[in-house]
Ligand binder design. Sequence first.
Ligand code: DAH
Length: 360
Amino acid sequence: MTDQTSLDALEQELLAQVSAAADEAGVEAIRVSALGKKGVISERMAALGKMAPDERKAAGAALNILKDKVTEALSAKKSVFAEAALEARLVSEKIDVTLPVRPQSAGTIHPVSQVWEEVVQIFGDLGFSVAEGPHIEDDFHNFDALNMPADHPARQEHDTFYFNEKPDGSRMVLRTHTSPVQIRTMLSQKPPIRIIAPGRTFRSDSDMTHTPMFNQVEALVIDETTHMGNLKWILEEFCKAFFEVDDVKMRFRASHFPFTEPSMEVDINYSREGGQLKIGTGDKWLEILGSGMVHPNVIRAGGLDPDKYQGFAFGMGIDRIAMLKYGIPDLRAFFESDLRWLRHYGFRSLQVPTLAGGLS
Ligand code: DAH
């Protein structure tokens, strides 16, 4: 029997159940019990077939109204839960991107990476761009073009790692210095040239201050007028910025490199206070780099006319200046991946060196 009184009671009962549902699963259970195949409303719908036509019409209309009401209440309740779930998820997944980096983050920036970045920052500010070259070099770029022909005695000093001979008798090398990037840059760029080339270099050597792999930074300036005064100023500016001191004394010592003429080794002054090195004070001298005016033969090997172009170059050990600046005594430790060492000498991640924000 589908009379109106029992329908009203059923409606109240179902709507009360819906409004009391505790979660989405509860709503679904009510839907099944009312509108599923064996649900109370569905069963009543099925019973309509046995009624007389008049009775069926009235009862069918009433049932349809009930069905619509219950369906609507179910979907309204369902969306309340869906919204609440979304809200909860948004809250739980919220991140504040303005929060500072967690101090307990474990990784650190290696001193070589730090100093590399400091060097790039300083020379970038002085108008230099960064150039690169391959670690595996040919004889031409690593030696010949740098005015070191096959029988040149300076080749011996380089303790070169050679690859096996090729069929034509030539051998590739692991570059012994970053100077070959000078040649590659001159061959590929038009003057004025103003580049630095930081990178890995390799020599068969190992003690407190030498490792088979080490890092250098090369600098090359080529145009029509650059002279030694410019070189000196650039180096002074670099040293003051890098060692973060107001003043540093420099000594240019006459030296010899095949690829520069004249050639100078550059020393800076320091003192030792309680075992600590202090750069820019005192009257002791530390060698930090080799430099000079680019040799005409090198300019020629770079495809340029030495009667028109001139300039300077220098090369510096990145690991070496890292040791000096941060008081690290043994170079070999740089490459041992000892966690205690990395924690002690490493820099906090995201503490990017900039001239404005401070280098170290
Ligand atoms: N290439 C030299 C070396 O490893 C360093 C050097 C000295 C580079 C003088 C230069 C320079 O550009 O002018 O040992």
